[in-house]
Write a protein that binds this ligand. Structure first.
Ligand code: C2E
Ligand code: CA
Ligand code: CA
Length: 645
């Protein structure tokens, strides 16, 4: 016996390994982490180690019996054989486990699985045939265990699977979280140390123990799902969805993403106490679990479930969405109350429609569209949602990368020769979406709370242009700047505007703010105060889009506008018949009686310009004169117009 070797030490190591593995199995079961393929593979790895340890302990204890009989030798032989069979399977199963963790398992074809198993099968057959051929080991006359040449094949096979696991781990490196990476590397190192030590010092049998420490580590770091689950419902949380989606997208897996969004949660919260709101989610979770495995359900916010569905055809998916949606037609029993809940189900293909993790979260987080009466939204219904997501990203990117540019569209006097001013119109040139127009991005920027930044940007650009003296040089009176009404009513708005304009040393009389007609009646007072405060400083004001809103005309005209801009739709409706002409004429007459100057926008033809001249309109704006153009083109345009007069 070598310096290290005594049966007592062997059995101590093996016994420790046994206890560790039983503990790991016990904890895995009490935490119910047994339903995923990954969990099952992990558990089988554990069982293998337990059986391994038992075989070893049996062999050692039989060796210790003083009077050895033939039948004892028999049992020892069988036990040793089982040990080899089981131990030889460890590395292949470990490889399989890593494949599950990395998500690689899902797109390996049958052929490749057979190929991967070949080495394992051959070595297992060699072990089974060992009693006859002694390829791997034998016992000499003194019944001392001796390795044979075939043992090399066992080690090579193990090393091969181990290497493959490592290669897979590194090729899936991006798909793993930082915690998983560190844990896997550390515990691989522990296992490897055990194997190498036992390979060099045959009697220092720590391999099994090192392996059991390895599985313990894997349980603590990878199989532990506490950070990934929602404590109340037991399903996965947002963080987990993010990790899993990253893996799915990196691995190019196809799946369907279902979002179940509760709509009237505020009512639930008001009618029931807090704890009950939790019970509602638990009830819904229980229902969903009847349809989908637990590990494909995620609770991403207090009112949204996300479900990932794999390997089902379109029909099955729409049936599933239908089943979920129709369940909400019936009340949910919470304690002794029946609660009726509203839910919207959204269903989108990945990676076709939902192409990355942030798209998926956009879908999950976006508020339920109020203008849709469907209860299930499928792929094409979600297009607008995805476009909105893309534009939102473009806005943020635009502010960071300076993709916004102010264009100018001149406004003319009715002589059609003199440029009176210009309207500043914002453009977004995005590297991904190309040119995005303000009708699309302004309302989103308002919702995102970024409209302040955009408005400030436009005002600064306009001030810079006025400061250059060029507009004045060519006879322009003012530059119009569009303001979002919501902004005008925020506290501190007047100060902000004054500060910007003062910082450029620009005379406020050269700045004309456009505000749209569509203002809620209740807000007139605040708006009126804002306008008056700015008018006192000299700023001009225009009422934009006159004729599109349904506001109370009296209230509108109580606001002190200098100019009223008649919307292009009014001008264009003249073409459509007599009624259009009457509306335009009457609008012009009424505004004149109110003693406001009039600008008509959307002038595209000479005919329109002449008509408006006849009606006595003051200013014209439209493609007939110029489209909105970049600053330099605009300067070129006004210079030419000035020189032509
Ligand atoms: P708006 O204030 O009514 O601006 C006039 C819109 O009509 C501009 O569209 C302009 O390009 C377009 N237009 C002018 N003349 C003609 C014409 O003859 N024919 C046709 N077909 N269209 C004409 P744009 O630039 O796409 O702006 C759309 C809206 O976006 C604007 O409507 C305004 O409400 C908003 N917007 C644009 N820039 C800004 C900005 O800097 N800040 C804010 N808050 N809103 C802005
Ligand atoms: Ca405007
Ligand atoms: Ca307008």
């Amino acid at each position: 016996m070598s310096a290290f070797g005594s049966n007592a030490i062997h059995s101590a190591f093996d016994f420790s390994a046994l206890i560790v593995c039983i503990t790991v199995t016990f904890f895995t079961f009490i935490h119910h982490r047994t339903d995923k393929i990954q969990n099952k593979v992990f558990l089988s790895l554990n069982f293998m180690l337990i059986l391994n340890a038992l075989c070893e302990l049996l062999t050692i204890s039989l060796e210790n019996i003083r009077f050895q009989s033939h039948s004892i030798f028999r049992v020892m032989d069988i036990s040793r054989l089982c040990y080899f069979l089981l131990h030889n399977a460890l590395c292949p199963i470990f490889f399989f486990y890593v494949a599950c963790v990395c998500g690689a398992i899902y797109h390996v074809g049958r052929k490749r699985i057979l190929m991967f198993s070949a080495f394992f099968v051959v070595t297992e057959i060699a072990v089974i045939l060992n009693p006859a051929f002694h390829w791997i080991y034998h016992f000499n006359e003194q019944r001392v265990y001796c390795r044979d040449k075939g043992i090399a094949a066992i080690y090579i096979s193990a090393a091969l699977y181990f290497m493959m696991a490592l290669i897979m781990l590194f090729s899936s490196w991006r798909a793993l979280t930082a915690g998983k990476k560190k844990a896997l590397i550390y515990f691989l190192f522990v296992i490897l140390t055990g194997v190498v030590v036992q390979l060099i010092w045959i009697d220092f049998k720590i391999e099994l123990f090192a392996e059991s420490i390895g599985v313990l580590g894997v349980m603590l770091s990878i199989e532990d799902e506490d950070d990934f689950t929602d404590a109340e419902t037991g399903v996965y949380n947002r963080y987990s969805l993010e990790n899993n989606l990253n893996t799915y997208f990196i691995k190019n897996r196809t799946f369907q993403l279902l979002c179940v969004k509760l709509i009237n949660t505020d009512i639930t919260e008001r009618t029931m106490n807090n704890g009950a709101a939790g019970l509602v989610m638990v009830s819904i979770t229980d229902f969903l679990k009847e349809l989908i495995p637990r590990y494909h359900i995620y609770l991403t916010s207090s009112d949204t479930f996300v479900i990932t569905v794999f390997d089902r055809d379109e029909k099955e998916i729409s049936a599933l969405a239908e089943r979920i949606s129709s369940r909400f037609d019936k009340p949910w029993r919470i304690g002794d109350t029946d609660l009726l809940l509203n839910a919207m189900v959204m269903s989108a293909k990945a990676p076709d429609r939902i192409t990355n993790t942030s798209d998926a979260f956009y879908m999950a987080d976006s508020p339920v569209p109020s203008n849709i009466d469907k209860k299930i939204l499928v792929d094409s219904d979600l297009d607008y949602l995805m476009r909105r997501a893309a534009v939102e990203k473009a806005i943020t990117r635009g502010l960071e990368e300076h993709n916004f540019e102010v264009y100018y569209q001149p406004t003319y006097c009715t002589d059609r020769k003199t440029v009176h001013g210009a309207e500043a119109l914002l453009r977004l040139h995005d590297s991904v979406l190309g040119n995005v127009f303000p009708d699309e991005f302004i309302p989103l920027a308002e919702k995102m709370g970024l409209i302040d930044d955009l408005d400030d940007f436009v005002l600064c650009e306009v001030c810079r242009l006025i400061q250059s003296g060029i507009p004045a040089q060519y006879g322009l009176e003012c530059i119009n700047v569009n303001l979002s009404v919501i902004q005008c009513m925020r506290p501190g708005f007047v100060e902000r505007i004054n500060k910007i304009v003062d910082s450029f040393g620009v005379d406020p009389r050269h700045v004309n703010f456009e505000i749209t007609e569509s203002v809620a009646a209740s807000d007139y007072r605040i708006l009126s105060d804002t306008i008056n405060a700015l008018k006192e400083k000299g700023f001009l004001f225009s009422m934009d889009d006159y004729g599109t809103g349904y506001s109370n005309k009296q209230s509108i005209f109580s606001l002190d506008f200098d100019v009223v801009k008649i919307d292009k739709s009014i001008l264009w409706s003249v073409h459509d018949g007599k009624l259009g002409g009457i509306i335009l004429e009457n609008s012009v007459r009424m505004i004149k009686q109110m003693e406001r100057r009039i600008l008509v926008e959307g002038v595209e033809t000479l005919e329109q310009a002449e008509l408006l001249n006849k009606l006595g309109v003051d200013y014209l704006q439209g493609y007939y004169f110029s489209r909105p153009v970049p600053k330099d083109d605009f300067i070129g345009h006004i210079k030419k117009a000035y020189e032509a007069v």
